[in-house]
Design a protein around this ligand. Structure first.
Ligand code: C2O
Length: 616
């Protein structure tokens, strides 16, 4: 099989005897709230709090936030304070259960500040100020409109769409509906322009990526963008909807032609010239921008590779809400807890593939860098497709449902609407697109059947003694070459029922790097063939992808996050269910920046996203 990647990084095999996996062993974690603090909510003496998906490091137990505006309370006090109704949240306290409410609340626009790019002057992407915030109300009897696939729309539609964006770009610069203002919304919510309410330090900003906020934030963002466009062309098409870029379907795998016409309001000069039609998108492209072009791959292989990425990310690799949506991000948490499967890939690679390659004066603009991504009109079609995958994922079966944690449901954002009103929205109102007035055109979903073959090429033979030879990986490890390590499995030979109840999850912990670099590494399981071959290979478990944000606050800003991979199906395909351990290979696909990893382990995800509190 042709390698999908030219010039692989040098190989070094290191290993892990499983000890570090064990030291990180978990499931849900418990911490104890001391009596004196629990008494603040006038409840019985002790609570044991189990947060299933969390950044359970040991300092969660004794961290005092250094710059917490709420004064001398520590984090748990604040969470309980919020839960007790301090901010009018809906948490309830009963003897059976206690919801510690700590949703990320709507940012205070008066606290919005400039964001500093790595080079050059700070960027101000703050919206115009308004002190008058109205709460979102569902449109009464909304007409349910259809968002169409971009490759299926007709000439009249394209003409109207261009006119809508042209009018949006022609609005006064300080009009919140103006195109640049719309693009800046994304920059502000992604580059740390808003402190979390109650905090003023750079560690506690509102961040809509790398967590469970990713899907609902972008849905709301498109909702208002679309309404503004529709309102600007009521004379032409009052039922206007934005089109989705159907990159998961072979017919939609190029940039839709009307985005590529010069002199169109839908064109953007800051794109990769190598990614113009008829070039096929690479859903597993590197985030570096330099090594994502594989000259040897045929169009047929590219299509198959793309369908496999979709299958891995949507079908086999994201069987629980936590795997799909990403990790919890609550008030008081540091940003970037961990992205869901789709946010990583294909969402990230499509950004980078569309934007300019890095180098010279390019930082991947526009699409390949989150501060500038929404300046390209194609952004909104890219995200419409991402948004479309949410209901598709939910339709795929058991456990595939929205998160029922009130911190997610009550999380808030603000947007200006088509009447220039500042509107506060909540995640819970975004869950049903019909209530918001739209659905997606029904098109073929060919990747549903793109299951990899069960005849893996590189699997470790049963009873093989090869694994012990990989012992010795030291964590944290620097990912500067291909790394192979053995990770112990806490359970093996699980019954069908057990597998249905609990997904086996490979967790890569403490992934650290500077956030202005594009990072990608691929992950393979039981692949003795040095981990190349890409998504076509059965052993491919997925990728970690970081689209650069390009900003820093004074000093180099580091991201620390984690990535999870659902591997129950994969292990079945590999015939590795009875094995004591798995061989994990990480293949770095970036050229810039330095990545370190704190540990790799296997956990079991029962029903992530649930916050359960037991009062003993
Ligand atoms: Cu907010 Cu595609 O990123």
């Amino acid at each position: 099989m042709a390698s999908l990647y030219p010039s692989p990084p040098p190989l070094s095999i290191t290993a892990n005897n499983g000890a570090s996996g064990a030291s990180l062993s978990f499931g849900s974690f418990l911490f104890k709230i001391p009596k004196s603090k629990a008494s603040k909510v006038a409840k019985p003496s002790q609570y044991y709090v189990s947060r299933v998906s969390c950044k359970a490091t040991k300092d969660d137990n004794d961290t005092v936030e250094p710059t917490n505006d709420l004064g001398m309370f520590d984090r748990r006090d604040m969470l309980i304070g919020l839960g007790a109704g301090l901010y009018g949240t809906t948490a309830t306290l009963t003897n059976e259960s206690l919801s510690l409410a700590a949703p990320i609340l709507a940012p205070d626009l008066s606290k919005c500040h400039e964001v500093a790019p790595v080079e050059g002057d700070p960027i101000n992407c703050c919206p115009p100020f308004s002190s008058n915030i109205i709460d979102f109300k569902f449109p009464l009897n909304p007409k349910v409109k259809v968002r169409k696939a971009a490759h299926l729309v007709d000439e009249t539609y394209i003409k109207n769409y261009k006119e809508a964006v042209r009018r949006m770009k022609a609005l006064p610069a300080d009009d919140p509906r103006n195109f640049t203002q719309q693009a800046n919304i994304h920059c502000a919510y992604c580059d740390g322009a808003y402190p979390q309410p109650g905090f003023s330090d750079i560690e506690h900003v509102v961040q809509v990526h790398n967590s469970w906020l990713f899907f609902p934030f972008h849905r709301w963002y498109l909702y208002f963008y679309e309404r503004i466009l529709a309102s600007l062309i009521v004379d032409l098409d009052p039922d206007f909807t934005i089109p989705f870029w159907n990159w998961d379907n072979p017919k939609g795998m190029t940039i839709p032609s009307f985005y590529a016409e010069l002199d169109s309001p839908l064109y953007d000069t800051l794109r990769d010239p190598n990614s113009q039609p008829p070039k096929l998108v690479n859903l597993n492209g590197s985030s570096d921008g330099e090594i994502h072009v594989d000259k040897t791959i045929t169009p047929e292989e590219q299509v198959l590779s793309n369908l496999r990425v979709m299958y891995t990310q949507l079908v086999s690799g994201s069987k629980t809400p936590s795997l799909f949506f990403g990790d919890a991000f609550r008030a008081g948490d540091k940003e970037n807890p961990g992205a869901g499967s789709v946010e990583n890939s294909p969402h990230g690679p499509v950004h980078v593939w569309t934007g300019r390659p890095w180098g010279g004066d390019s930082n991947g603009e526009d699409m390949g860098n989150l501060y500038s991504a929404a300046r390209d009109p194609i952004f909104y079609s890219h995200h419409a497709n991402v948004d479309r995958l949410w209901p598709i994922w939910k339709s795929l079966g058991r456990n595939r449902r929205d998160i029922d944690d009130s911190d997610w449901l009550e999380s808030e954002f603000t947007f200006y609407d088509e009447n220039k009103n500042l509107v506060r929205v909540k995640v819970k109102d975004s869950l049903d697109t019909k209530k918001l007035g739209y659905v997606y055109q029904d098109v073929d979903v060919p990747w549903l059947h793109a299951k990899p073959s069960s005849s893996p090429q590189g699997r470790v033979p049963k009873g093989s003694n090869k694994k012990p030879s990989h012992q010795g990986t030291k964590f944290p490890l620097a990912l500067d070459s291909i790394v192979t390590t053995v990770v112990k499995r806490p359970k093996k030979r699980r019954s069908k029922e057990e597998k249905e109840q609990e997904e086996e999850v490979l967790v890569i912990e403490g992934i650290q790097f500077e956030e202005h670099f594009g990072i990608k590494f691929d992950v393979y399981i039981n692949d003795e063939d040095v981990g190349l071959g890409g998504p076509i290979k059965t052993e491919f478990a997925g990728s970690f992808v970081h689209v650069p944000h390009k900003h820093k606050h004074g000093k180099e800003k580091k991201i620390k996050t984690r990535q999870k991979f659902g591997i129950t199906d994969l292990l079945e395909d590999l015939g590795a269910e009875d094995d004591e351990s798995v061989l994990v290979t990480l293949v770095p696909m970036f050229k810039r920046g330095r990545v370190t990893i704190e540990g790799i382990k296997i956990e079991f995800d029962r029903d992530a996203g649930n916050l359960k509190v037991l009062v003993l």
